[in-house]
Design a protein around this ligand. Structure first.
Ligand code: ADP
Length: 267
């Protein structure tokens, strides 16, 4: 990438862009609003990764795709997980293109190979070329091929972490359906407090105590998500988590303006 261009890696949580309790239901109102916010923010260069929400998780769970290949009947599940995620990706791609933003959807299985669920190879050259040209790649958590397991599920969180540490990235913005990182799951614990900012050292200490996500999530809930982004902080790339359901928070976070949320940094 051109070293003067600042790359923002943006994660849009599955719980924001889909109706998480309703299988195969996109939250098109939220998607359209968020795309307008991204457009208005007018940042140099963006790489988008979205979650699966009600598209990926139900099917992947039903066919135990995360655990890897054990029986031929799972192949239908692998294909259907890919199909559902491509359908969600298409809804998002269409919305971006309607707003005049040149985006290209990239299935992770086309350029990423995992080993025991961890990214072994990530072919980023085409992505870098797209970013150089001013095209916004849009990837997503999905079923991928795995050297040891046959196949598995790769989370959007592992993708953003690997991408940001492989391609020169200025910052990561994570849009979710709560105000940021809390001391406990804010949906189930009324005592949960928003953490305004946290250093890597404190995050490591805190991680063991975080409660899991309250919804169906085949990739390990909030503590799994936070563990994934540790290498990003180790590389001194700051992260901000904001509530993407509240209008303008994502916009402000993208512009690096003061906004309610959680800031994560090296020290
Ligand atoms: P995604 O947006 O990627 O689908 P999830 O739904 O898996 O994300 O995770 C977001 C959810 O995690 C929030 O809605 C919240 O209920 C839950 N959660 C669990 N623990 C925490 C925590 N400590 N801080 C913030 N959210 C948490």
């Amino acid at each position: 990438m051109d070293s003067k261009v600042e790359l923002t890696v943006l994660k849009l949580g599955g719980s924001v862009i889909t109706v998480k309790e309703k299988p195969l239901t996109a939250n098109e109102i939220a998607i359209n609003r968020l795309i307008k916010e991204i457009y208005r923010a007018n940042v140099d260069s963006v790489f988008v990764v979205h979650g699966g929400g009600s598209f990926g998780h139900f099917i992947a769970k039903k066919y135990k795709i995360l655990e890897g290949y054990k029986t031929p009947s799972q192949l239908e599940g692998f294909a259907k997980t890919r199909q559902a995620m491509m359908a969600l990706n298409k809804i998002i791609i269409d919305a971006f293109i309607d707003k005049g933003i040149p985006v290209v959807g990239i299935p992770p299985s086309a350029c990423i190979l995992t080993e025991n669920g961890r990214i072994l190879r990530f072919e980023t050259r085409s992505i870098e070329k797209m970013l150089d040209l001013g095209i916004t790649p849009v990837m997503y958590g999905d079923a991928v091929l795995d050297e040891k397991l046959g196949f598995t599920i790769l989370s959007g969180d592992q993708i953003i972490s690997k991408l940001a540490t492989s391609v020169k990235t200025s910052r990561i913005v994570i849009g979710l359906d709560v105000d940021g990182l809390y001391t406990a799951d804010p949906k189930t614990d009324s005592e949960a407090k928003l953490i305004g900012e946290i250093s890597l050292r404190k995050l490591r200490r805190f991680l063991n105590n975080i409660a899991g996500s309250s919804n169906v999530d085949v990739t390990g809930g909030m503590s799994g998500k936070m563990s994934e982004i540790i290498p990003v902080l180790e590389n001194n790339i700051p992260i901000i988590m904001v509530n993407a359901n509240v209008p303008d928070r994502l916009f402000k976070a993208m512009r690096n303006e003061e906004v309610k949320g959680t800031k994560l940094f090296l020290d």
